[in-house]
Structure formats: structure tokens, C-alpha cells
Design a protein around this ligand. Structure first.
Ligand code: SAM
Length: 329
């Protein structure tokens, strides 16, 4: 049976991570990060390894010239390995953004931004980097994308950094709380699978208009405000939001803030089959930052995306969307 490049890469990541995990007595994900570093530097960087393990690893790596693999194949294989390492060990808010959602956001980002030769993109909750890498790989002009990722978790940002290196992406990573000041110039495009919940730092939350009237603020609201602040006038923002975003106790404030700063372009509800149950369902919120000369769309693009396997419903919806783009863009 023919083995695909993604399978070959996954086997390599997986086998080498297993060897390193055993010898370094660490988690699978930490070992995966170590293996990714080895591959990128074409060397074995862990000094404490026994000679036998070193030889075993060398044999595994020796057949691979990582630069000869397509970035998208590397992303998929690395993603599969991360998923394996995350199984049962990761809280829902830290989960990687699934490919289907990345592809949908990428499709709409292309539609809204058009053919741009020079694009800057920020993911302020970059996690493993899977969503950001998907966007970069699917933009035809990946070489001219300046990308920025922010993440508070040290292991996730390490994986994101290694993944980006292996895929030859020029992404700058910032290991920090994204709701503290960011030293990143405004970008053309923000993508973010929002971490949903309370933000514990009440002092920092005071810097935001969307701070809660009492108690802790919602981190996801502050992320939206921070992202808008870091977007160029006329730039776009794509957020993965919980379906109930506009129904919470702070929703009126959020709505007023959005009305002042952006045009809501669309709200696309994702098929519920992508989520565990109705309560965890999500939508894609599409915003454009206000700029003199730019007008609001005549109507907001509202749609519930059908199951992607339902070709007939999908085609029908695409037609509706093309019509919306003709009339509003
Ligand atoms: N798109 C990511 C991916 O493909 O892996 C997944 C994003 S995950 C849903 C949300 C991320 O936000 C988590 O990795 C979490 O650690 C991060 N996060 C939560 N609060 C944060 C904060 N205040 N600053 C920076 N990152 C934060």
C-alpha cells in the first residue's frame, strides 16, 4: 500500500516523539516539540541521550529532508501528532482549531480581502498555531504574509513556533498574556478561535471598554476589543465565537462597542455536527474595522452552514453567498 507524505511524516513525528518521551521522561507533546526542533536543525539537540538512543533517532531522521515536503503536508502531520498528544489531556479552551473551521475561515478571508500581495495577519490566541498556519498555507502568496501569534501557554507556543519553522513560515511569536499591551503594529487580518471564559486579571481588564460592570470581565469580549485595536482601519477580523455570544449579560455593551468601531459583515453558524452538542456550537463572526469611505454592508451575511458532506445544500448556500458578495462588496 502506498504511504502518503502526511502518513510518512506522521510516522516520523510519532516514532521519534515516543523514543524521546521514554528517554527524557516527559510528556508526548514535550517530546514532539523536541523532535520537531531536531528535524528543523537537522541535528540531535538533547545532550542527555544515551548513545543507543542517539543512533536510533539518527536512523529515523536520516531518510528525511523536511524541506522537500509541502508545508500543508507538514502542518497536517504535525497536527495529527499534536492531536494524539492532546487526547484526554487538554482542557476544552486550549483545544486546537479543527481543519474544517480553518478552511472555512480561510475561504471567507480570501473572499473578503481579495487578492492582496502583501498581507499582515495576527492570531492573538494562537495555541498550537494550527488555525494561523492553515490560513497562511491557503493564501497563494504565503511568502509575503507577515504573521504574528500570541499565546500564554509555554508548551503550545513552542509547538506553534516549531510547526511554523518546519513549514517555513515567517511568523513572529509573542509568549505573553494577549490582553496585556501588545507590541504588534495593526494588521490587515485578525483570525482568532476565542478562549471563552472569565479573565482573572481585574486590574488589566480596567484598560478595556468591555470590562464587566461588576466581577470578572469576559476574556472573549476583551479579546475582541484588543483585536480591533490591533487591526488597520478597513481591515477584517474573523472570530470563532460561541453561538450565545450576543445573549450574555454583557451582550448589550458588546453590541454598542461593535457598532462604534466596526461593521458586522457576517455571522455564519457552523454545522452542529462539528461540535459535541448544541451548547458547544460555534459561529464565525466577520467584522470590518471602520474607515472613512467604507460603508456598512446593505445587509449582514447571515447563514447556517450545512454539513459539508451535504453537497446539494452547500452548493445552494454558495450561490446565496455569491449573490451577497455581488450586492454588498
Ligand atoms: N487556534 C488555536 C489552534 O489552532 O491551536 C486554538 C486556540 S484555543 C481555542 C485558545 C487559546 O487561547 C489557548 O491556546 C489558550 O492557551 C489561549 N489563551 C487563553 N487566554 C489567553 C491570554 N490571556 N493570552 C494569550 N493566550 C490566551
Amino acid at each position: 500500500m502506498k504511504v502518503t507524505p502526511v502518513e510518512r511524516l506522521f510516522i516520523l513525528f510519532d516514532e521519534t516523539a515516543n523514543i524521546l518521551q521514554e528517554e527524557l521522561d516527559c510528556t508526548y507533546l514535550e517530546a514532539l516539540a523536541e523532535s520537531g526542533e531536531n528535524l528543523f536543525h537537522n541535528d540531535i539537540l538533547q545532550d542527555s541521550l544515551s548513545e543507543v538512543t542517539r543512533k536510533r533517532l539518527k536512523r529515523k531522521y536520516s531518510d528525511f529532508i523536511i524541506a522537500s515536503y509541502a508545508p500543508e503536508d507538514i502542518r497536517k502531520a504535525f497536527q495529527l501528532s499534536i492531536l494524539k498528544g492532546m487526547k484526554g489531556h487538554i482542557q476544552p479552551n486550549h483545544q486546537m482549531t479543527p481543519d474544517t473551521i480553518g478552511f472555512i475561515i480561510s475561504y471567507f478571508a480570501d473572499k473578503f480581502l481579495g487578492a492582496k500581495t502583501d498581507l499582515s495577519v495576527l492570531d492573538p490566541a494562537v495555541g498550537t498555531g494550527n488555525l494561523l498556519s492553515t490560513i497562511i498555507n491557503r493564501q497563494g502568496n504565503a511568502g509575503q504574509i507577515r504573521a504574528f501569534g500570541v499565546e500564554v501557554d509555554d508548551l503550545l507556543i513552542e509547538l506553534a513556533y516549531i510547526g511554523a519553522n518546519l513549514q517555513k513560515q515567517q511568523t513572529e511569536f509573542f509568549h505573553q498574556d494577549a490582553l496585556e499591551p501588545l507590541f504588534i503594529d495593526p494588521v490587515d487580518l485578525v483570525v482568532c478561535d476565542l478562549p471563552v471564559g472569565y479573565y482573572p486579571n481585574d486590574i488589566q481588564a480596567k484598560q478595556y471598554e468591555l470590562n464587566a460592570s461588576e466581577g470578572h470581565a469576559y476574556a472573549h469580549h476583551l479579546f475582541i476589543e484588543q483585536s480591533i485595536n490591533h487591526t488597520k482601519p478597513g481591515g477584517y477580523l474573523f472570530f470563532l465565537i460561541p453561538n450565545g455570544l450576543f445573549e450574555s449579560d454583557e451582550a448589550t455593551k458588546l453590541h454598542t462597542y461593535l457598532k462604534q468601531t466596526v461593521y458586522i459583515q457576517g455571522v455564519l453558524q457552523l454545522p452542529l455536527s462539528l461540535f459535541k452538542d448544541e451548547n458547544t456550537g460555534k459561529s464565525i463572526l466577520i467584522l470590518q474595522k471602520k474607515k472613512p469611505g467604507i460603508e456598512a454592508p446593505k445587509e449582514v451575511l447571515l447563514a447556517t452552514l450545512p454539513k459539508l458532506s451535504n453537497k446539494e445544500a452547500l452548493d445552494k448556500m454558495m450561490l446565496g453567498m455569491e449573490k451577497w458578495f455581488k450586492e454588498n462588496k
